[in-house]
Design a protein around this ligand. Structure first.
Ligand code: AOS
Ligand code: ZN
Ligand code: ZN
Length: 430
């Protein structure tokens, strides 16, 4: 049974909002014209922006205490893609899918490709998993994977990543992302330098197998599951490893993987400057990791990150080509609603960053005028660009109000009937 949002339903719902949107859009257009900004150019940019959806994000996540499954959760990669299609149909900026292996390992790669293509979807990256044991697995990752003390475990983890590369090549992905849970939970448990050397050696073995058009992204994370010392704990170590590996290895920044109060936009700027920014996992957090939807706690931080990205884009920094992906765990929301809302937030930050008067900002910096410099950013951030985002969706055939259209479509109720709950799903703490 195929699930499709009826285009007539979207058009009917859009009809209710188009007059108000037109009015708001024209008003904003006049405001921006006074600042010498052409609203139409921004709308074109919003229509072209892409952020990928994680296949694991359409299932309900959990904490180590509990997981409360929602109705109609997808039970396999095909059902996950059906949910991703809903997000794409309504927001239009999310045709790319980040695939997770082995959770999404297909019986037939060709069939998976056809299934995605028919829905206008494509695969953006593969993500390996050596942070869990799988039922058919020979050796355990309890004490690590790529950095394990036992060469046989490291070999097994390397082979898994190489399998991801092979599948990814058939799917046409542009990147393979490696995040490992390796590290230690107690002081003394691992040799801090030797574990990093083992990790790097394993990465070298993976890198050697990288198909020509694919990039290797390594994802750092401050803590968890290794609460005392994580092997790839910071952007500095990530940068070092990416540099050691070669030109096609890059650092991936997951916004949730930093200590509170960390200046993430500065990390982003450093990685751009050193030619090693691979991409992002967007989400938001109060304390740690991908607890919350993008932009729900620190929308200004998201804007400041995009301010660095747009600055590099406009300057034409050589080799600057970051991949944008969401990586979130949805515990209490309908994942489709969270993903749509987050995708819109990311485009919001991108468009706002394009509103920065960069000449004014440069002058303020030259004059050592922090007030005007900050105001240059705040003027952009405080501009309500929602009419641009809604118009971009509308013109691309999506929804003016995606959550409202989704709710009134009855999609969740339909899949709840068609997909009886299965005992265990892949998503948990991710
Ligand atoms: C883990 O904390 C990382 O954010 C990973 O990027 C990701 O959530 C995982 O690979 C999904 O399994
Ligand atoms: Zn991540
Ligand atoms: Zn994470």
């Amino acid at each position: 049974m195929a699930f499709e949002l009826d285009s007539e339903h979207i058009a009917d719902e859009n009809h209710k909002g188009i007059e108000a949107l037109q009015e708001d859009y024209e008003h904003l257009g006049r405001q921006l014209a006074r600042r010498s900004i052409d609203i139409e150019k921004l709308t074109v940019r919003a229509m072209a922006f892409r952020v990928a959806i994680p296949s694991w994000g359409v299932g309900t996540g959990g904490t180590r205490f509990a997981r409360f499954p929602g109705p109609g959760e997808p039970r396999n990669i095909f059902e996950k893609l059906e949910d991703c299609e809903v997000v794409f149909t309504l927001v239009r900026s999310t045709p790319g899918i980040s695939l997770h292996l082995p959770w999404d390992r297909p019986d037939s790669v060709a069939e998976l490709c056809r299934f995605a293509e028919r829905r206008g979807l494509s695969f953006d990256s593969t993500n390996s998993n050596t942070f869990q044991d799988q039922p058919d697995q020979k050796l355990s990752y309890k004490f690590g994977s790529l950095a394990h003390t036992d060469a046989a475990v490291r070999r097994q983890a390397i082979e898994h990543n190489v399998e991801c590369l092979e599948i990814g090549a058939k799917l046409g992905v542009r990147a393979h992302t490696v995040w490992i849970g390796d590290g230690s939970n107690f002081p003394g448990q691992i040799h801090l330098r030797e574990s990093l050397s083992r990790y790097l050696d394993s990465l070298r073995a993976i890198y050697r197998e990288l198909p020509g058009d694919c990039r290797l992204f390594i994802e750092h994370k401050l803590y968890e599951p290794a609460f005392y010392a994580t092997v790839l704990e910071s952007w500095g170590t990530s940068y070092y490893c990416a540099s050691e590996l070669g030109d096609r290895a890059f650092s991936l920044v997951d916004l949730g993987h930093h200590a509170p109060c960390t200046n993430i936009e500065q990390i982003v700027a450093r990685l751009i400057q050193f030619g090693k920014l691979g991409g992002f996992h967007f989400n938001d957090s109060m304390y740690g990791d991908d607890d919350l939807d993008a932009g729900s706690i620190k929308p200004f931080q998201l804007f400041l990150v995009f301010n660095e990205l747009v600055d590099a884009e406009l300057e034409g920094v050589p080799g600057f080509d970051p991949a944008y992906m969401l990586d979130q765990s949805h515990n209490v929301t309908d994942p489709i609603e969270s993903l749509m809302t987050s995708a819109i937030e990311v485009v919001r930050a991108y468009i706002q960053a394009h509103l920065v008067d960069r000449a004014r900002l440069a002058d303020a910096r030259a004059a050592n005028d922090p007030v005007i410099a900050l105001n240059s950013l705040k003027d952009a951030f405080n501009t309500d660009v929602r009419p641009i985002l809604a118009m971009a969706r509308h013109r691309s055939g999506g929804a003016i109000d995606p959550v409202a259209v989704y709710r009134s479509s009855g999609y969740r109720q339909r899949v709840a009937r068609a997909r009886p709950a299965s005992a265990r799903l892949g998503a948990g703490i991710i």
